[in-house]
Design a protein around this ligand. Structure first.
Ligand code: TTP
Length: 393
């Protein structure tokens, strides 16, 4: 089945990490987020991947080239990011039968997509405790009757998981009216499909929508769990590697280091001497974790250095970040409440007891900087020696 992957969005809720990179290209367990989405589609039997690109498109094109694991890849461009139905319109001329649509920033299990593809026309749904912030499916006689956006009185616990199989005719329904928030929405195309055809709800076992920075951390936690131990880099005799740790060729682990898996050290990463890397950590290409540094449950993107005497917990550090000696991250509130982050001007709960900081590309902290839980540093931001950063900058 032809599978359209929507990957054109600007990822504004993910700022500053998406300042100069498309959200689907952010690293999850060492590979772009969207490559995990594409894997699940290929494993479920996609015959062609049609990837809609727009914002920072070049990296996406370059990453995939003309095929993904033997399946042909076609690119199409959405010139302006005017909504998900508009994105699908950019793919219309390539469609020639029933087709699947996936969000390029969502993680799926391949078994779930297999079931979705087999049941088409179909909608993937995830069972959630509180569906009031989702599109919620109402069903009748085992078919989808309606999808209600953010209902105060939800008709079910089945939330729309942004995975669909459409009928061939649905490509004629894409010229929907502009929604109240000024976008052309895929849910309006879904509504017309539900009216015209019998659409099956398919409950997914696991799903993650990666919209905000802590969800990138969750994605990394999920996909690092799938790693098998493999140590091909240069590891000092006195270093201890515990559990499912991948040390890629070209990565270096120096003396006195302890690494507890799951963890992935990519090519050119250097750890130690005397450093402690704890579970669910991704150290991207050419990263450095130096002497007396502890890193836990974090993503360090390519070229980022934390060279001396620091603690980094539950955090996402963009590309080419440098932490001055003694920079420490708070990742727990003393009232034990969930850490909050400002997303597009609103304070939002991460629903995580432990969450550290989000740091944009090229930011640099001075020595002995303290970063409070939930703080965001913009791309290129700096701090002064001994500074305590309590608010975003
Ligand atoms: P969203 O997550 O709603 O949008 P976004 O990715 O731009 O992020 P933000 O809201 O933080 O700005 O989009 C869902 C999926 O659809 C996602 O994979 C991106 C894709 N998309 C497009 O391809 N084109 C668009 O115009 C929009 C709005 C989204």
């Amino acid at each position: 089945m032809q599978t359209v992957i929507l990957a054109a969005g600007q990822g504004t809720r993910m700022r500053p990490l998406t300042e100069s990179i498309a959200k689907p290209m952010l690293p999850v367990a060492g590979r772009p987020l969207v490559s995990h989405t594409a894997d699940a589609a290929v494993d479920a039997g996609a015959s062609e991947l049609i990837i809609v690109v727009g914002y920072e498109a070049e990296d996406v094109r370059e990453h995939f080239g003309s095929e993904h694991r033997g399946v042909p890849v076609t690119f199409t461009t959405q010139e302006q990011q005017r909504g998900t139905a508009d994105a699908l319109r950019a793919a219309r001329s390539h469609l020639d039968g029933p087709f699947a649509v996936l969000n390029g920033d969502n993680l799926y299990e391949s078994e779930d997509l297999t079931a979705l593809f087999e049941a088409g026309p179909s909608i993937g749904a995830i069972r959630v405790e509180d569906p009031t912030s989702y599109g919620v499916l109402s069903t009748a006689d085992g078919r989808v009757a309606d999808i209600v956006e953010k209902p105060s009185d939800p008709p079910s616990n089945l939330a729309n998981a942004g995975a669909y199989v459409f009928t061939a005719e649905a490509s004629e329904y894409l010229d929907v009216a502009e929604s109240q928030r000024g976008e052309y929405e895929l849910t309006d195309v879904v509504a017309r499909t539900i009216e015209a055809a019998s659409v099956t709800p398919v409950e997914l076992g696991r799903w993650l929508d990666v919209g905000r920075p802590w969800e990138l951390l969750e994605a990394n936690e999920w996909k690092l769990d799938d790693l098998d131990r493999s140590v091909r880099g240069d590891v000092a005799d006195s270093a201890e590697i515990r559990g499912p740790v991948v040390v890629e060729e070209g990565a270096t682990v120096e003396s006195g280091v302890v690494i507890e898996g799951p963890a992935l050290l990519q090519e050119g990463a250097t750890v130690g001497p005397n450093a402690y890397v704890r579970g669910k950590t991704l150290l991207g290409p050419e990263t450095k974790v130096g002497h007396g540094v502890e890193v836990k449950n974090s993503i360090l993107m390519a070229g980022t250095h934390v060279p001396h005497l620091s603690y980094v917990g539950d955090s996402v550090l963009g590309r080419n970040v440098n932490f001055g000696a003694g920079t420490n991250v708070a990742n727990l509130r003393h009232d034990d409440g969930p850490v909050q982050v400002t997303v597009k001007g609103d304070r939002v709960s991460t629903e995580r007891r432990k969450f550290g900081v989000i740091v944009g590309d090229d930011a640099k902290t001075a020595i002995n900087t303290t970063l409070n839980a939930g703080v965001k540093l913009a791309a290129g931001a700096t701090t002064t020696p001994g500074e305590t950063v309590l608010r975003d900058r």
